[in-house]
Design a protein. Structure first.
Length: 268
């Protein structure tokens, strides 16, 4: 709890009971999370200013500690009441602007060594647990100040299109050079053509016996396939996956090869 030691040394003359030391630790956790203390009591006093120190008279009532805080961005104003009930301290915190309330109950003996109030290095124990209880029980329910909110990770939209094969490349302004694409010889180019709707890349994993889009002698699907595909059905240069055997005059299957299920008649 870095920073608590000088605060404790400054407040030590006013600390006479274990609950005083616990309030001092709770106060510092609020400071760490972007709050500053305005003063003691329910109502504001004259010439109040935000401070990291505890206000004068903060320990006057050993049964009910009342402190007011405001975030560094002035977005939140908290009213903290620490109420002693036997050996436990009940923290009741309200955000005066949103009217949201958070409550935490702490056993004083779990975090303070009463016999070591004069020694900062021994007075506190289970400090990580105390920080977790304050964070999860007060800071999180009420919301941290805007300046202390956790930064969100960078948007995935910032990923370059060439690093995300599922995204179409951005349109290039006239006169600019188009971005380079992965080499078809690269091992990472495998399957790239399957993701390119324009068929301009190599490395696809779909077998294309016609090698559409590559000028070569042979069958051009854009001119049609007799008996199967009329001319113009396939746009020039488009990839075409045939739906039947190529060529004409191919023999059909022998009916004896695959008889209907349940038939034993060899003379069918």
């Amino acid at each position: 709890m870095a920073g608590l030691e000088p605060l404790y040394a400054w407040a030590r003359p006013a600390i006479s009971r274990p609950q005083d030391a616990l309030v001092c630790g709770i106060h510092w956790e609020l400071i760490r999370h972007g709050y500053r203390c305005l003063g003691a009591g329910d109502q504001p006093g004259p010439d109040e200013r935000k401070s990291e120190l505890l206000p004068a008279g903060w320990e006057a009532n050993k049964e009910v500690y009342t402190l007011r805080y405001k975030s560094t961005d002035d977005a939140r104003e908290l009213l903290l009441k620490a109420i002693m009930v036997e050996d436990s301290m009940i923290l009741n915190v309200m955000d005066r602007r949103s009217q949201r309330v958070a409550d935490v109950t702490l056993a004083v003996a779990d975090y303070i060594n009463p016999e070591h109030l004069d020694d900062f290095h021994k007075v506190y124990k289970n400090t990580e647990e105390l920080r977790t209880r304050i964070t999860s029980g007060i800071i999180a329910p009420l919301g941290p100040p805007a300046g202390r909110a956790r930064k969100e990770p960078e948007s995935k939209e910032d990923v370059h299109w060439d690093e995300n094969p599922l995204r179409l490349p951005p349109r290039q302004p006239m006169g600019t050079r188009a971005p380079s694409r992965p080499s078809p010889l690269s091992p990472f180019a495998v399957g790239g053509e399957d993701l390119d709707p324009f068929g301009g890349r190599s490395g696809g994993m779909i077998v294309d016996p016609l090698h559409s889009g590559i000028p070569q002698p042979g069958i051009d699907p854009s001119s049609g396939i007799p008996g199967r595909l009329p001319p113009g059905a396939v746009p020039p240069g488009a990839r075409f996956d045939p739906f039947g055997p190529l060529g004409v005059g191919r023999p059909g299957p022998d009916p004896d090869h695959l008889p209907p299920p349940g038939y034993d008649d060899m003379f069918m």
